[in-house]
Ligand binder design. Structure first.
Ligand code: ADP
Length: 301
């Protein structure tokens, strides 16, 4: 097969591993920088051009679209879909997963466990918003934050009020969330491929840190997940419409609660913590599923 990895960063562990796994399994695998693709979107014969040449003959693409380039990146994925090229994750599902509020609403609608979460545009009734999620301690999060940046634990209602007002003063979108104290700076990342959890790790934050992100000094280790956690992870990926997803959850007193469903989950942490060849599993999934016309939405929606 001819497989394109849409990534701006060939040096990244995840990109390198997918390239290596594709080549190892006998496929012609290439890295394509989505920001360097250009296309005529009005043409009846959709095409994509790259470095002066037309991209042709691809059977599948693996989108690894960074959060900061979602808009253009998903347009490129959509163009591939219109060309009948199979996309591992569809453009519509990627866009959906990048909108945290929309994702939470979709998950809540299907009865997936979530921390009690509130959101407001105006700061007029901040005290009521704080009450709505059960009061302090609570977590205030920047909607556009990644790698734990912009996630603040407010121990008192007063602190929460100040942080909310400061963020809103900067015109940042935020959400306010019940603090799951019992998770003890530990979260679970389940890597889902084709409706199955293929690897899971437990991440624990460094001493004195409530955030477990590996980028914040957290450590990841292999973990055995419960059947409930397994079904929560696979259901969450399915609701988001993602074939490949990194589902993050906390172990709360009332069962697993979802933090985020990531459409371009990193491979380094999970492969190193579990010694599982996740990249190889992703390629095997493509071998079984990639065929022209198999991308359900064909760029619609
Ligand atoms: P990011 O998407 O930036 O990684 P997260 O929402 O995943 O942000 O939060 C980062 C980390 O902070 C989580 O992995 C978790 O360890 C901790 N955390 C986030 N929200 C809560 C919460 N409501 N209760 C307890 N810990 C939390």
């Amino acid at each position: 097969m001819k497989i394109g990895i849409l990534s701006r960063k060939p040096e990244l562990y995840s990109t390198r591993r997918l390239l290596e796994a594709g080549n190892k399994r006998g496929h012609e695998t290439q890295i394509i920088n989505p920001l360097k693709c250009y296309m005529n979107i009005t043409s009846h014969k959709p095409s994509i051009h790259y470095k002066g040449e037309k991209l042709e003959g691809y059977d599948a693409i693996i989108p690894r679209i960074g959060a900061s380039v979602t808009f253009y990146g998903t347009a490129v994925v959509r163009q591939f879909e219109m060309m009948d090229v199979y996309s591992l994750n569809e453009s519509v599902a990627i866009s959906r997963s990048r909108d945290k509020l929309r994702s939470f609403q979709l998950l809540a609608r299907s009865g997936i466990g979530l921390p009690v979460t509130g959101f407001a545009h105006s700061t007029q009734f901040t005290d009521d918003l704080i009450n709505l999620v059960g009061g302090s301690p609570l977590v205030v999060k920047l909607l556009e934050g990644t790698q734990g940046i912009g996630v603040v634990l407010a121990e008192t209602n007063k602190a929460a009020q100040s942080v909310i007002e400061a963020f809103r003063g900067l015109k940042a979108n935020i959400l306010v969330q019940e603090f799951i104290k019992e998770s003890e700076a530990t979260d679970i990342r389940c890597f889902v491929v084709g409706g199955k959890v293929v690897a899971s790790m437990m991440r624990t934050g460094k001493k004195g840190e409530f955030r477990s992100n590996l980028h914040r000094g957290g450590k990841g280790v292999l973990v055995r997940i419960t059947p409930e956690e397994r079904s929560t992870a696979t259901r969450a990926a399915k609701i988001m419409g993602l074939n490949v997803a990194g589902v993050d959850m906390l172990r709360s007193n009332h069962g697993p609660v979802i933090m985020e469903v990531n459409s371009s989950p990193g491979l380094e942490g999970i492969e190193k913590a579990t010694s599982i060849d996740v990249a190889g599993m992703v390629i095997k999934y493509i071998e079984k599923n990639a065929a022209p016309g198999k991308t359900r939405t064909r760029g619609q929606g």
